[in-house]
Design a protein around this ligand. Structure first.
Ligand code: CO
Length: 134
């Protein structure tokens, strides 16, 4: 069911500082910031040869990553995104196996304009998983 790792996401307290670190210190190529109000984040992507790193900063009072940053004020790994061919059949299979899908269980459109879902970290060894249909 799982394809490639699409990206690894890091929550950061200050996106401008994170962009500067990835650009200047690590010499990486970083995209322009995008606002995703539906997901409560401001985001950039660091493009690597084999995958991407997503840097997330909270957007708005109800950002889902605000609580994560309250627990991890310096930032930290927030989720890993795996690619799937068919997000509805992946979801149905996971729900049938007793896994919890976050939100209303319906895919939303992520930063790449592709449908995404998030799976409860308690069902996956403490790691929040994003599935993205490619
Ligand atoms: Co993501």
């Amino acid at each position: 069911m799982l394809g490639r790792v699409n990206h690894i996401a890091l929550a950061v307290p200050n996106l401008a500082e994170a962009i500067e670190t990835y650009t200047s210190t690590l010499g990486a190529s970083v995209s322009e910031p995008e606002l995703l109000p539906e997901h409560g984040v401001r985001v950039v992507f660091v493009t690597l040869e084999n995958t991407k790193v997503e840097l997330l900063e909270p957007l708005g009072e109800t950002s889902p990553i605000a609580a994560f940053l309250a627990r991890n004020p310096g930032g930290g790994m927030h989720h890993i995104c795996y690619e799937v061919d068919d997000i509805i059949s992946a979801r149905d299979r996971l729900v049938a196996a007793g896994c919890r899908v976050l939100g209303d269980g319906e895919p939303k459109f992520g930063a790449h304009g592709k449908p995404v879902l998030f799976l409860h970290p308690k069902d996956f060894f403490g790691t929040l998983i994003e599935l993205e249909q490619v």
